[in-house]
Design a protein around this ligand. Structure first.
Ligand code: PRP
Length: 219
């Protein structure tokens, strides 16, 4: 019997998790246990010798970089924010949203000479965006509910994720500029890609087939 090496896959908890489970199920890589998970964080697929673990987005890359897991499913937002070492192998085509610069409807962000304050959960993304524009700004790191920052006067604008646009709208903010599109990605540990090439390529191929099938169905 061929010895299948164990593969460990980290899924980002929350929004991405459900779509990730969905695509693995369709690719006949069983992870149905996750759907009735309770508080459990690790799940075994004995047939394919795969473990699935559920972690927060930034931790997916930490586990992948350290080789504790072989594959990660995580948003491009996290990849852009964290300067980590990994292979990005698939755009999974779900979890689609964008990074935008946004602020109060009635203020002109581009007027005046004062150094603007930008609140964000993504300081590296924001810094990089303004560096490319040659604009000197002050970045203020916020952990969540970023839309509050300009309302309360902490910042002139925010760099944040926009999906439906409802959070901006309901808080009286508008997009000043879109920065880039985001979607969920599959990433692979650099050493695993060599050491477990066959097992990892099988998973990539199965998932890629589902992405192609979905794209065809939508076209
Ligand atoms: C994200 C993001 C926005 C919101 C955008 O926040 O930071 O606040 O979703 O989604 P929308 O365009 O569909 O309204 P999240 O829900 O992750 O919560 P947080 O503010 O606590 O980070």
């Amino acid at each position: 019997m061929v010895n299948i090496k164990k593969i460990r896959i980290a899924l980002t908890k929350g929004r991405i998790e459900k779509e990730a489970v969905n695509i693995f199920q369709k690719a006949h890589i069983d992870c149905s246990e996750i759907m009735n998970k309770g508080r459990k964080l690790i799940f075994h697929n004995y047939k394919d010798n795969i473990d699935f673990v559920l972690v927060k987005a930034p931790d997916v890359l930490t586990y992948v970089e350290h080789g504790v897991v072989d594959i990660g499913i995580v948003g491009k937002d996290t990849l852009l924010e964290q300067n980590k070492n990994f292979y990005e192998v698939l755009d999974l085509g779900f979890g689609c949203c964008k990074f935008s610069l946004a602020g109060p409807r009635n203020s002109n962000f581009y007027s005046g000479y004062n150094r603007k304050k930008i609140a964000t959960k993504y300081p590296n993304v924001a810094r990089d965006y303004f560096r490319k524009l040659g604009q000197d700004v002050e970045i203020i790191k916020i952990e969540g509910s970023v839309e509050l920052a300009p309302i309360l006067g902490l910042a002139d604008a925010i760099v944040d994720i926009v999906e439906t646009g409802n959070t901006l709208k309901e808080n009286g903010l508008v997009i000043y500029q879109d920065i880039c599109n985001i979607s969920a990605r599959m990433v692979v540990n650099v050493a695993s890609m060599k050491m477990k090439k066959s097992e990892i390529q099988t998973i990539i191929d199965k998932v890629q087939m589902q992405i192609t099938a979905r794209e065809k169905a939508l076209s």
